[in-house]
Ligand binder design. Structure first.
Ligand code: CP3
Length: 356
C-alpha cells in the first residue's frame, strides 16, 4: 500500500525525535524508549492482563491498544512498541504453541526434519486481522508518537521451533545449522518470509518503524552468522526497504557480530550493554544509527549510579551518527517504573543541555 510508504503528514510524526535519529538527522533531544516497556513491571499491565493468557491478549485489539499505550502515558517515551510477541505470527499460521508464564514460548511438536517444516506456510494479512485493527487504533491514539512494529529474527524463531522452548546452548538448532545446511536454509527462508509478512502487515496499517528482534543470534560465531543467518536477515531488510520506514536490528551478546549485523541492511543497529557505544561505532560500518545500551540491571542500583551510567551512555552515543537511547535488553519484570520515569526525563533533559 503506497499510501503508507511514508508517515502521514500533519501529525508531527515526521519531526519525531525517534524517527529523526533513526535517519541520522539532528534531534531536539535524544529519543528514548525501552524494550519491553509494556509488561510485568507495570501495575496497570498486571491489572488488565489478570486472567487473560498471553497469546489471547495478543489477539485482542482492545488489550493490545491499552497495553501499548500504558508506557507511553506513564513515561512520555519517544516511541511506542506494538504489544505482541515474536511467536504470534507462528501461532497465526497454525503452529501449536503456547507462551508459559515464567518460562516463555513452548512448542508442542518441535521441528526436527523436512516433514516438520510443512507447518510453516506463508502468512497473509487475514491471518492477523487483530494486528491490523490494533495498529489502526494505536495510530489514532498516539498522534505524534511513532509506533514501532516488530517481528522475531530467523535464528531466534528457529531456536524456539527446533528446541521446543527456551534453550541455553541451542544444541539441536546448531546441529541442524551445521549438519543439515539445506534443511536449515529452507527453515530460515520460511521464517524470513513470515517475518517479512508480519512486518508488512504492521507497516501497511500505520507502524512508523520496525525492529527485528534476533535476540539469541549472539550464540553464533561470526563465520557461521555470515554463512547461515546473514543471507536471510539481509533479505528481510531488503524486502522491507520499499516500505520507507526505518528498520532496527537487535540481538543480545552480539559484540562479535556487530560488523556483519551492520551489513544486513537495517538503518539502526541495537547494541546490548556489553559493548560501549563508542566501541560499537568502530565495529559497525558508517551510515548507521545505534540504539542502546544501558544495562537493564543498573536500574536496581541507587539513582546516582543510574544517572552517572545513563550520562555515560549519552556521551558515548554522541560518537554515533544517530543515537536512540534504550536499555541493552528488555526491562526486567521487577524493575521499579518510577526509575524508568526518572530515566526518561533525565535522557530528555541531559541531551538538551548538551545540544551544540
Ligand atoms: O513492550 C514491548 O517490548 C513489546 C512487547 C514484547 C513482548 N515480547 C511481550 C511479552 C516484545 C517486543 C516481545 C518480543 C520477544 N518475545 C522476544 C524478543 C525480545 C527479547 O526480549 O529478547 C522474545 C525472545 C520473546 C519470547 C518470549 N515471550 C519470552 C522469552 C517471554 C518471557 C517469558 C516469561 O514469562 O518470563 C515471553 C512472554 C512475554 N512477551 C511477556 C510479554 C509482556 C510476558 C508474559 C506475561 O506478561 O505474562
Amino acid at each position: 500500500d503506497d499510501a503508507n510508504a511514508s508517515p502521514p503528514e500533519g501529525g508531527g510524526l515526521a519531526e519525531s525525535p525517534f524517527l529523526l535519529a533513526c535517519r541520522r538527522r539532528p534531534v531536539p533531544h535524544t529519543p528514548v524508549w525501552f524494550m519491553r516497556q509494556a509488561g510485568r513491571s507495570l501495575p496497570e499491565y498486571l491489572r488488565v492482563r489478570d486472567g487473560v493468557p498471553m497469546l489471547e491478549s495478543c489477539a485482542r485489539p482492545d488489550l493490545i491498544v491499552e497495553i501499548t499505550m500504558q508506557p507511553v502515558r506513564r513515561y512520555g517515551v519517544d516511541a511506542a512498541i506494538f504489544f505482541s510477541d515474536i511467536m504470534v505470527p507462528l501461532k497465526a499460521i497454525g503452529v501449536d504453541l503456547d507462551i508459559k508464564p515464567g518460562v516463555g514460548p513452548v512448542i508442542t511438536d518441535p521441528i526436527r526434519d523436512a516433514a516438520g517444516l510443512s507447518v510453516l506456510r506463508p502468512l497473509v494479512p487475514d491471518d492477523v486481522p487483530y494486528v491490523t485493527e490494533a495498529v489502526h487504533g494505536l495510530v489514532g491514539e498516539l498522534g505524534p508518537t511513532p509506533l514501532i512494529g516488530f517481528a522475531g529474527g530467523p535464528f531466534t524463531l528457529a531456536s524456539y521451533l527446533i528446541e521446543g522452548g527456551p534453550s541455553k546452548n541451542h544444541e539441536r538448532t546448531k546441529a541442524m545449522m551445521y549438519g543439515e545446511p539445506e534443511l536449515w536454509a529452507d527453515l530460515m527462508s520460511r521464517l524470513a518470509d513470515l517475518t517479512i509478512a508480519f512486518l508488512k502487515v504492521q507497516v501497511a496499517a500505520g507502524a512508523s518503524a520496525v525492529q527485528v528482534f534476533d535476540s539469541w543470534v549472539g550464540a553464533v560465531a561470526p563465520q557461521d552468522y555470515r554463512e547461515s543467518v546473514l543471507p536471510h536477515t539481509r533479505r528481510i531488510f531488503a524486502e522491507i526497504e520499499p516500505l520507507g520506514v526505518p528498520r532496527i536490528h537487535f540481538g543480545v551478546g552480539t559484540g562479535e557480530l556487530l560488523g556483519p549485523m551492520g551489513e544486513a541492511g537495517a538503518d539502526v543497529v541495537g547494541v546490548d550493554w556489553r559493548v560501549p557505544l563508542d566501541e560499537a561505532v568502530a565495529r559497525v560500518d558508517p551510515g548507521k544509527a545505534l540504539q542502546g545500551n544501558l544495562d537493564p540491571a543498573i536500574l536496581f542500583a541507587p539513582w546516582e549510579t543510574v544517572e552517572r551510567r545513563a550520562r555515560d551512555v549519552l556521551a558515548r552515543g554522541r560518537t554515533a551518527e544517530g543515537h536512540i537511547f534504550n536499555l541493552g535488553h528488555g526491562v526486567l519484570p521487577s524493575t521499579n517504573p518510577d526509575v524508568l520515569a526518572r530515566l526518561t526525563d533525565l535522557v530528555h533533559e541531559a541531551s538538551t543541555e548538551d545540544a551544540p
